[in-house]
Design a protein around this ligand. Structure first.
Ligand code: MG
Length: 256
C-alpha cells in the first residue's frame, strides 16, 4: 500500500514537472542500465559508391552552411582531408535537403581528449534538421571507449530514446564510421504523425540500431514528440562542451 502511494506521488510530481516545460529535470530521462556490450570493430571504412552525393570529399565545405545564419558558409576548419568543429561557430548543415537516405560519415575523437560523461568529444549527427539549434533527430557522437554516461545518451544512441545494441567505440585518435539508413517520418494533413521515422545504423560495421522506430525529435528535457516537416538537411553538432573538438571526413549520402 505504502509503495503504491509513493508510486502515485512520484507520477504526480513528474507530471507536474512536465507541465512546467523547461523546469523538467534532465536526469528524469537518463537511463543507466543495461550497459551495451563492448565489441572490438574491424579496421576498414568504406569509400563513396558511384551513385552517392559526396557531402565532404576532403577539400572544402561547399556543401555545408552555418545553422546560425543559413546565408553564410560553414565556418568549421578544413585541414588534411578532414574538417574539425570550430567551437562557438554553431552547428552546420547541408545545403541540400533529403527525405529517405543512406548516409556514410566518418569521425574522430582527438587522441588527447579530456572530460567525462557527456563532456568528452560530444557532437552528433542530426538526420533531419527540423529547425535551428539542436532541433532534429540525433544519433549521438561521443567518446565512450572508456567513458560512462547514461546509456541512452552514449555513442550510437538515438539520443535520449534508444540504447545502441553494442558499444563499438574505437580509441580516441582513431577514425570511426557510421553507416545510417534513415526513413523519414510521414505526416497527415493535419500535422499528426502517420508513420514514425526509422533508423538502422552501423558503428564501425557493427549493427547498433536495427530498424529502430523513432519516438520524435530529440529532446533534452522531457519526452520526444513529432512536429510536421518535409525534406530536411543533415546537421552536425557544435556541442559547446569544454572538451577538444572532434573531426569529420568522407561523408556521402545515397537518396532512397
Ligand atoms: Mg551530441
Amino acid at each position: 500500500m505504502k509503495s503504491k502511494v509513493v508510486l502515485l506521488l512520484s507520477i504526480a510530481i513528474f507530471t507536474a514537472a512536465i507541465s512546467f516545460g523547461q523546469e523538467v529535470d534532465p536526469k528524469l530521462t537518463e537511463v543507466y542500465q543495461p550497459v551495451p556490450v563492448k565489441v572490438q570493430p574491424g579496421k576498414t571504412n568504406s569509400d563513396a559508391p558511384t551513385d552517392a552525393i559526396v557531402l565532404f570529399g576532403g577539400k572544402n565545405l561547399d556543401q555545408w552552411i552555418s545553422v546560425n545564419d543559413t546565408t553564410k558558409p560553414a565556418m568549421w576548419t578544413v585541414k588534411k582531408n578532414a574538417f574539425t568543429v570550430k567551437k562557438g561557430t554553431g552547428n552546420i548543415q547541408t545545403k541540400q535537403k533529403f527525405t529517405d537516405y543512406q548516409l556514410h560519415i566518418e569521425w574522430k575523437i582527438p587522441a588527447y581528449i579530456t572530460g567525462s560523461g557527456q563532456s568528452r568529444g560530444n557532437s552528433g549527427v542530426f538526420l533531419a534538421a527540423t529547425g535551428p539549434g539542436d532541433e532534429g533527430y540525433e544519433i549521438q557522437i561521443l567518446d565512450c571507449y572508456d567513458n560512462t554516461t547514461y546509456v541512452n545518451g552514449q555513442t550510437a544512441s538515438i539520443y535520449k530514446q534508444t540504447i545502441p545494441l553494442a558499444n563499438a567505440c574505437k580509441k580516441p585518435g582513431e577514425w570511426q564510421a557510421y553507416d545510417i539508413v534513415w526513413t523519414a517520418p510521414r505526416f497527415n494533413e493535419d500535422g499528426t504523425i502517420k508513420t514514425p521515422a526509422r533508423i538502422t545504423a552501423l558503428h564501425n560495421g557493427v549493427l547498433v540500431q536495427n530498424n529502430t522506430e523513432v519516438k520524435g525529435i530529440t529532446v533534452y528535457r522531457g519526452k520526444p514528440y513529432y512536429k510536421k516537416h518535409g525534406a530536411a538537411a543533415i546537421k552536425l553538432q557544435d556541442h559547446g562542451d569544454p572538451s577538444e573538438p572532434i573531426s569529420y571526413r568522407n561523408i556521402w549520402v545515397r537518396e532512397l
